[in-house]
Design a protein around this ligand. Structure first.
Ligand code: PHE
Length: 342
């Protein structure tokens, strides 16, 4: 077969295959087979040596023409196939931005955290500073410096978790009074929010872990009127101008005199209802004038300085605030409930 005939055959076959190609990969395979280093045209060129010297130039020129023609056809095909492949990719990768999807669940602060943050805002607004301390506490701070010596009956009332003879899980935030007085000089104005622990059975109003906020003021000429004024300001700021507070005589070893403080029941505005057990009042904190013995044990001159302290039960406030009757709801972590309380 002459070179011319072979070329015609190669071109014809390549044209048919080009028309039927289904992708750029197949095109590349065709290019290698026909135009590649070991391809059909190269083989023809190598065969030129068989021809007579007169025939060679014309045959060589024909092969080169055929190469150029085939290269041009393949370039056209490549452009067409690439465009088609890009289009197909765009189609298959399209995102339907209108498709509905599940809404993300947004977290919310825990009711105790909300109440704690409000209390912190309220008291820092009055010039108090936040001070935090250990939940695993020495007996010395939790009891001794709070005027609750060994064998004192008040130790029983505290239902203490003991780690060993000298270390307890703090039963109240009051040891922070001692830590503040031992580490600072008057005037002292601090609040200490945090967890406290008592060996109580879980029920609607008790939990072995709960939260308190301690307050302590020590300065010259501090009186019970300052305590009452501070707590009235706190009550009005948190619950509105029409809320009253009531002091009831009480006893704590670390304060003298001591008072339990009630707020007007927010459910019935003082008329009496189930929540306040028909009294119109809700107990929210213990307070009193810092016992001079405690001042002295903590290195403060009780002839020059006096102070007041209070301990607010945070669960009570949160329950009152959100109308929750059972404390367990605060700890069970049901996001359907906790997420609604703001
Ligand atoms: N520590 C007391 C308690 O846990 C509360 C209290 C604090 C009372 C400060 C008086 C002064 O019950």
């Amino acid at each position: 077969m002459s070179v011319m005939d072979t070329l015609l055959e190669i071109k014809q076959k390549a044209s048919e295959e080009l028309a039927a190609l289904d992708g750029t990969a197949a095109l590349e395979a065709l290019r290698v087979r026909v135009l590649g280093k070991k391809g059909e045209l190269t083989a023809l060129l190598k065969g030129l040596g068989q021809l007579s010297p007169e025939e060679r130039p014309a045959a060589g020129a024909q092969i080169n023409d055929a190469r150029a023609w085939l290269q041009a056809r393949m370039d056209e095909s490549l452009a067409r196939l690439q465009a088609a492949e890009r289009e197909a990719a765009l189609q298959s990768e399209t995102i339907d931005v209108t498709e509905p999807r599940p809404l993300p669940r947004v977290g919310a602060a825990h009711p105790i955290t909300l109440v704690m943050n409000e209390l912190i805002d309220c008291f820092t607004g009055m010039g108090f500073e936040v001070m935090e301390g250990p939940e695993v506490e020495l007996d010395h701070y939790n009891f001794e410096l709070m005027n609750i010596p060994k064998n004192h009956p008040a130790r029983d009332a505290q239902d203490t978790f003991y780690m060993d003879d000298n270390v307890v899980l703090r039963t109240h935030t009051s040891p922070m009074q001692a830590r503040a007085m031992l580490s600072r000089k008057p005037p002292i104005r601090i609040i200490c929010p945090g967890r406290v622990y008592r060996a109580d059975e879980v029920d609607a109003t008790h939990s072995p872990v709960f939260h308190q906020m301690e307050g302590l003021v020590v300065d010259e000429h501090v009186t019970m009127a300052d305590l009452r004024g501070t707590l009235s300001a706190f009550a009005r700021k948190m619950y509105g101008e029409d809320v009253s507070i009531r002091f009831r005589p009480s006893f704590f070893p670390f304060t003298e005199p001591s008072a339990e403080v009630d707020l007007t029941c927010s459910a019935c505005h003082g008329k009496g209802c189930r929540i306040c057990k028909e009294t119109g009042w809700i107990e929210v904190l213990g307070s009193g004038m810092v016992n001079p013995k405690v001042l002295e044990m903590c290195g403060i001159d009780s002839t020059r300085y006096s102070g007041f302290a209070f301990g607010i039960g945070m669960e009570r406030l949160a329950m009152r605030r959100f109308g929750i009757r059972d404390m367990r709801l605060l700890y069970e972590g049901d996001a359907r409930l906790l997420g609604q309380l703001r």
